[in-house]
Design a protein. Structure first.
Length: 185
């Protein structure tokens, strides 16, 4: 008789849930039906590399919350990254990006800021938010603790984990008896 121990089942289950979260992000509605959202799952050695990068950023910036969030990543089984190619426009000339036309936006110089590349089309940012909401909904339905974290995305961007994305956000996943993402200091 084969036996799967609790820890092994939890680790495998988290990766399966993460895969379903990627499906949810991919199938989330997109403005004009144009998909510029990308996603990936990080676990194992690559998750530790992500954690180390966050700790490095905490030191460089003297921002303790990077360290706090790095602890959360280390305590997680996997991390889902969701990013967007936000430097393409929809051609609506809405001005949400700060330019008077999509042509002006598209011709603007794209620059790497402190954490992300911009400017970004507001509709692409909305697509990112909807994809994130859809992904965390899936995790929640499957009883996997999660939390959307900006700082994970900044480290993922520095590590070039989603090279096509101008902005990345991370979602750590855990199945401990108590959520590691709350009661944080």
């Amino acid at each position: 008789m084969s036996i799967i121990k609790e820890d092994e089942a939890e680790e495998k289950g988290i990766v399966e849930v993460a895969q379903l979260m990627l499906v949810s992000a991919k199938t989330a509605p997109k403005a004009s039906g144009i998909d510029d959202v990308s996603a990936a799952i990080v676990y194992g050695k690559e998750k530790e590399d992500l954690t180390l990068e966050m700790e490095k950023m905490a030191e460089e910036r003297n921002v303790p919350n990077f360290k706090r969030d790095a602890i959360n990543v280390r305590d997680s089984s996997a991390v889902v990254l969701v990013g967007v190619r936000g430097m393409r426009s929809l051609g609506l000339n809405c001005g949400g990006c700060g330019y008077s036309s999509c042509k002006e936006f598209e011709e603007s110089e794209k620059q790497m800021g402190k954490d992300f590349t911009g400017p970004n089309c507001i509709f692409k940012l909305l697509d990112l938010g909807i994809a994130l909401g859809s992904a965390v909904k899936t995790a929640s339905i499957l009883n996997v603790d999660n939390r959307i974290m900006y700082r994970i995305g900044t480290a993922a961007k520095r590590l070039n984990l989603l090279p096509e994305a101008s902005i990345i956000v991370g979602i750590p996943l855990s199945s401990k008896s108590k959520s590691v993402y709350f009661d944080r200091k």
